[in-house]
Design a protein. Structure first.
Length: 198
């Protein structure tokens, strides 16, 4: 008698079930891996965008100086301040502020703003952070509180003492995720100005 060896219907169904389960597990791992990679890239991009804004503000401060003549700083600078007002190395005003979750820069002023002794009027604010992040906090800690180059003729002392201009920036942002929880990024850094006029 000639017997043919083969699989029974039950064996075939069991094999298909095992194979289908294995495919579903592998596919699930692949999808989770893809989601994790996209989330990691979004977080890295958000951190990079926040770091760019931070570096831009630090660069302007390093090469410039605090604009102690700015009307918002009248009577000395209390810490922290919400707007950073600087003069770049050509003496042109540059300002940074947080508005609506976006860091903005103003380097376009009316003509009278170019003269340090006149009032300044910003003509155009531009965003320097993209829409994929929201800036939750931006604080500027400026030291000294008064102009360190303002010499009092009567006393022979400088208003800000013998301190070099020093800036600390605290920045907190939220990186938005398409899937998953949003990610919080916090930065704090300090730098001194390279300008010294004594």
């Amino acid at each position: 008698m000639n017997k043919k060896n083969g699989f029974t219907l039950v064996e075939v169904l069991v094999a298909i079930a095992i194979f289908s389960t294995a495919i579903m597990v592998v596919f699930s791992i692949f999808v989770n891996s893809q989601n994790l990679q996209q989330r990691t890239l979004a977080i890295q991009r958000g951190q990079s965008d926040a770091r760019y804004a931070l570096e831009l503000m630090l660069k302007e401060f390093r090469l410039g100086e605090v604009d102690y003549e700015y009307s918002g700083y009248a009577g000395g600078i209390s810490s922290p301040v919400s707007e950073l007002s600087l003069r770049n190395n050509q003496g042109v005003p540059v300002r940074f502020k947080l508005e609506g979750g976006v860091i903005k820069i103003c380097n376009s002023f009316s003509q009278e703003g170019i003269n340090q002794n006149e009032s300044e009027s910003c003509t155009s604010w531009s965003a320097i952070t993209p829409t994929n992040i929201t800036i939750d906090r931006l604080d500027f800690y400026i030291d000294p509180e008064e102009d360190p180059y303002d010499l009092d003729e009567l006393t022979g002392l400088y208003a800000g003492g013998d301190k070099q201009e020093f800036l600390t920036i605290v920045l907190e942002s939220t990186v938005f995720q398409n899937k998953g929880d949003d990610y919080q990024v916090k930065f704090q850094t300090s730098v001194s100005s390279r300008v010294y006029k004594r």
